[in-house]
Design a protein around this ligand. Structure first.
Ligand SMILES: [Zn+2]
Length: 318
């Protein structure tokens, strides 16, 4: 089957060990995601494109599935060589346009989030975002259409894994999904500040589940994920992820029953080996599931000084 979608696999030092870029052949010649910004990663991207007779300079359009470093690292290099326009979610506008000021807002958010969770972990948003020198950026919203490889792709805004996730779907049901749907690992619904600074803290797991309900309803032929092999039957995968959320909720109920009250205490029980900055991933995972339990009326919370304490709501007998 000729889909005109070519996968380029780029190694990473992270547990999933590689990230995918996709070349969409045709007009305009489009690259989706770009690997890390390091020379070795850029060389692998270059080699992968060369297998299809394409050089950086040939790329006409770069689509960014979401603003994580393993996906956006090569954007500047490819744009500098090619002058390609960049297509990215409207939700990324502040990160792209404000740079350092936005990093400061993110870092203040994470410091406050950790404090309320009862943790002293420090998280630097620069680890996975950077100050960008992008030009000619097209910001897209849910329902927009992006022309790539001779056909129209519908943009879906699917916040959850990050605030900036988009999925592109072509008329044949091919979906380029970034990290929204991953076949081998369960993507973290990572807590992030709201896109609109005046809005309350987003509830990333609730958003992620709503986004997955939307993609679940699509008839898709094949999903091209940000990590791992392209796969069919996305509904089975989404159902598996929903089931995993239920098991995680059960663990959290148990931790609360055993006396944990803060997000940090629950995180230590669930992930005792986490140390250093990655504790933030654990806090985020626990917070997301507490948000889910709270939405179902199973838990409630109150501030105790600077720390938020969580308790189970007794099951009603009526
Ligand atoms: Zn990724």
């Amino acid at each position: 089957m000729q889909t005109g979608i070519e996968r380029v696999r780029i190694e990473t030092p992270y547990p999933e060990d590689h990230v995918n870029a996709y070349l969409i052949l045709g007009d305009p010649l489009t690259l989706v995601d770009t690997g890390l910004p390091f020379p070795k990663s850029l060389a692998q991207l270059e080699d992968g494109l060369a297998r299809h007779g394409v050089r950086f300079a040939d790329i006409e359009q770069i689509v960014v599935t979401h603003m994580h470093l393993d996906h956006i690292g090569g954007v500047s290099a490819v744009q500098q060589a090619s002058g390609a326009r960049i297509v990215v979610s409207e939700a990324a506008r502040r990160i792209v346009e404000l740079g350092e000021d936005e990093h400061r807002r993110f870092d203040a958010f994470y410091a406050a989030f950790a404090r309320e969770a009862g943790s002293d972990v420090r998280w630097e948003s620069r680890i996975w975002m950077q100050k960008y020198d992008w030009r000619d950026v097209v910001y897209v919203r849910d329902g927009d259409v992006v022309r790539a490889g001779g056909r129209d792709w519908r943009v879906m805004y699917v916040p959850g894994h990050s605030r900036t996730d988009i999925v592109l779907v072509d008329p044949a049901g091919h979906a380029i999904a970034g990290d929204h749907l991953l076949p081998t690992i369960s993507a973290n619904a990572f807590v992030e500040p709201p896109v609109d600074p005046s809005a309350p803290r987003p509830k990333p797991l609730l958003d992620y589940r709503a986004s997955m309900e939307r993609t679940r309803a699509l008839d898709l032929a094949l999903v091209y994920p940000g990590h791992g092999d392209p796969f069919a039957d996305h509904r089975a995968l989404i159902d598996r992820r929903f089931a995993e959320h239920e098991s995680r909720c059960a663990q959290i109920r148990e931790a609360l029953a055993e006396g944990a009250t803060t997000v940090a205490e629950v995180t230590r029980r669930l992930f005792p080996k986490l140390e250093g900055p990655v504790v933030m991933l654990g806090l985020s995972e626990v917070q997301g599931h507490l948000d889910l339990l709270e939405s179902r009326g199973e838990v409630t919370s109150a501030m105790d000084g600077e720390v938020r304490r969580w308790t189970r709501v007794a099951a009603s007998s009526g």
